[in-house]
Design a binder for this molecule. Structure first.
Ligand SMILES: [Zn+2]
Length: 138
């Protein structure tokens, strides 16, 4: 077993501190006890801010089913997914446009392709599009 802080194998034990499971060597346990060890273990997810959310009884029931006991984790996942999907859509259009410009396609052809890609955004998830490309012969 390796120390999660320094990688040493000198007398490493695992224990729980501040709700985190830690694997530390004898030196790092000494540092931890003296408050000389900085942040260890799972990195912080970010800044916590409070929000209020209003949903119908049915909406909350559905959310709790999907969240499987961890609302904030589930909502964080949805927010990150929504944000990355926006980025992916614009980036995808940009890549397609640049590639077509490099190949010498006309403005009209580029417009048509971008329109076709945009309409796929409404029908296919990022994951489905990824799979469609991977499973294709391109
Ligand atoms: Zn150590």
């Amino acid at each position: 077993m390796k120390c999660m802080n320094c990688g040493s194998t000198n007398d490493v034990i695992d224990f729980v501190a501040r709700k985190e499971k830690l694997f530390l060597c004898v030196n790092c346990r000494g540092k931890l006890a003296n408050g000389q060890l900085g942040k260890i273990g799972r990195p912080s997810l970010g800044v916590t801010k409070k929000v209020s959310l209003t949903l119908s009884e049915e909406g909350w029931k559905r959310l709790d089913e999907l969240a499987k006991g961890n609302r904030s984790q589930y909502l964080r996942h949805l927010v990150l997914e929504a944000q990355s999907e926006d980025w992916s859509n614009d980036a995808c259009l940009g890549y397609a446009m640049l590639g077509m410009e490099n190949m010498g396609y006309s403005e009209r052809q580029i417009q048509e392709l971008l329109r076709a890609i945009k309409s796929e955004f409404d029908w296919k998830s990022v994951e489905e599009a990824k799979c469609a490309y991977k499973d294709s012969s391109y």
